[in-house]
Every structure is written in structure tokens, then in C-alpha cells.
Design a protein around this ligand. Structure first.
Ligand code: SAH
Length: 252
């Protein structure tokens, strides 16, 4: 079943009209025909609308006209909301991180300019990059059949990130390689303490890692350093390892 994200508040009675790039995709790439079914979910940030099943009724010049068949609450989401605070890595590594983190269940991705981030993006380039990451997130969410459309935030400073995490999350995890080999049991206890319905923030350093002052600021605001195992992982692997822990904790 093809799944897309759309604004469900645009529905009139049981009819939804879909335009934009999804129109082209459905009509010209997938070559779908009237009578075929589509799964649609809300594109509103953070909203789990359940799965709306539609039947294609017809095509206009720029719209797919669909009729609602049924609504199902699905269970594709991790029971905890995960906010990934990713230290800005080099070049296009962030593309990979966004795609994989969305596949593995992250709900919000916040790119953070950390002290050791090498890339400094200015002005319009910044916005373009964020837009690109958001569209990667949407494609990954469709492919992995996420129930919620994950959101990529604007690039923020470390100070803003620490503040947002403290306010938005029930627990703040700081994978820190100095913990490797020492604190695995502490990490397990922290993961076990997480409860369904809670929000977890995870901070990952860029290639060069965190500066000590950054870790200190996170601990100061209630964060916990954790281990991701005994090897040093690359920045693009760290968030995925953490998400895999949560999948194990809650889904297996
Ligand atoms: N500069 C460091 C590595 C940084 S790895 C060095 O070369 O020694 C990038 C980020 O991944 C780190 O900031 C940390 O958040 C995370 N990370 C990598 N391996 C880890 C591990 N074994 N335990 C916890 N965090 C880890």
C-alpha cells in the first residue's frame, strides 16, 4: 500500500484532493488508477492521526480526488518520542543521519552547531539545508510507514538546544565515549526507567566529539551521560545505536 502524508483538515466530507509532488508521484510515477487504494496520514507535526484509507475516484489536471474508506489507529510509532540533537557533522553526513534516524523512529531532529562542528552555514544556505533535510525525513517516513511525520528543526546553538531539551524532554541522554566500558549498567538502568508516553532527548557530538564544557552544561541541566558500548562510533552511527536500544527496550 502506498502511503503519503497530507493535510487531513483539507478534507471535505469524505473527499480529499491531493496536489503538489504527490500528485505527480501517484499519477505519473506509480501510474495508479481510479479504484486503487492509498494510505494517508496527517502531515501536521507530531500528530498521530492513524491511517486513513482512501480510494482514488478520479484525476483532475492537478489533483487526485480520493474518497475515504476507513480509518485505522496503527502502531508504527515507538512508545517514547525521541528528539535527536545532532552535532552538525561535515558535508552531507546529516542527510544519512536524518534518513536513518527517521527509519528507526526519531520524531524530531534538531541540528546543533556545537563547538567542534566544522561546518558553519550562513543565511539562505542554512534554510535550504534544513528544507532538504525535511524532505529527506518525509521520504524516509513514507518508506518506513511512520505514523507521524518527523520534523527537522532549524539549526540551533548549543545553548538553545540545552534549553529546548530541558523543557521538552522527560529524560536527556548524552552518549559520551568516555563512558564506554564503564557505565553500561547505568545506561541500562536509565533506559529501563523510561516509560511509554515519555519524551527522550539524545545529544550526539559531531566528528570531534563534545567539548567538556558542553557535557558539563548538559549534566547541569539534568542530562545523563551514557555509553553506546565499548567501541568509539562515528557520529553518524551513534544516534542509530541509541535508537536500536530503544527499539529493543520497547518493541522486542
Ligand atoms: N572525538 C571522539 C569521537 C567522537 S564520536 C574521538 O575520536 O575519540 C561522535 C559522538 O558519538 C560522540 O560525541 C558521542 O556522542 C558518540 N559516541 C561515539 N561512540 C560512543 C560510545 N562508545 N559511547 C557513547 N557515545 C559515543
Amino acid at each position: 500500500m502506498v502511503q503519503i502524508f497530507a493535510d487531513l483538515s483539507d478534507m471535505q466530507e469524505d473527499i480529499l484532493q491531493i496536489g503538489g509532488s504527490d500528485y505527480n508521484h501517484i499519477r505519473n510515477v506509480l501510474r495508479m488508477r481510479p479504484g486503487e487504494e492509498l494510505a494517508v496520514r496527517s502531515r501536521k507535526a507530531g500528530e498521530d492521526s492513524g491511517e486513513y484509507r482512501f480510494e482514488i475516484v478520479s484525476f483532475t489536471e492537478d489533483r487526485v480526488v480520493c474518497r475515504l474508506l476507513s480509518v485505522e489507529q496503527a502502531k508504527a510509532e515507538l512508545p517514547v518520542r525521541v528528539l535527536l540533537f545532532q552535532g552538525l557533522p561535515k558535508a552531507d553526513k546529516m542527510d544519512f543521519i536524518v534518513q536513518k534516524a527517521v527509519e528507526m523512529g526519531a520524531c524530531e531532529i534538531i541540528p546543533v552547531e556545537m563547538r567542534r562542528s566544522i561546518v558553519k552555514l550562513a543565511g539562505s544556505k542554512r534554510q535550504k539545508r534544513v528544507d532538504r533535510w525535511q524532505s529527506i525525513a518525509e521520504a524516509a517516513a513514507k518508506q518506513s510507514r511512520r505514523a507521524v511525520l518527523p520534523q527537522v528543526h532549524d539549526i540551533v546553538s548549543m545553548e538553545e538546544a540545552v534549553r529546548y531539551a530541558a523543557q521538552a524532554a522527560d529524560a536527556v541522554f548524552v552518549p559520551y565515549e568516555r563512558m564506554a566500558g564503564e557505565e553500561e549498567t547505568g545506561t541500562r538502568a536509565l533506559l529501563d526507567a523510561l516509560q511509554p508516553g515519555q519524551t527522550a532527548a539524545v545529544f550526539v557530538g559531531p566528528e570531534g566529539g563534545f567539548e567538556e564544557s558542553e557535557v558539563a552544561a548538559l549534566i547541569q541541566s539534568g542530562g545523563h551521560t551514557v555509553s553506546l558500548g565499548r567501541r568509539i562510533l562515528r557520529t553518524e552511527t551513534a544516534a542509530l545505536a541509541f535508537l536500536a536500544f530503544l527499539i529493543y527496550r520497547f518493541e522486542l
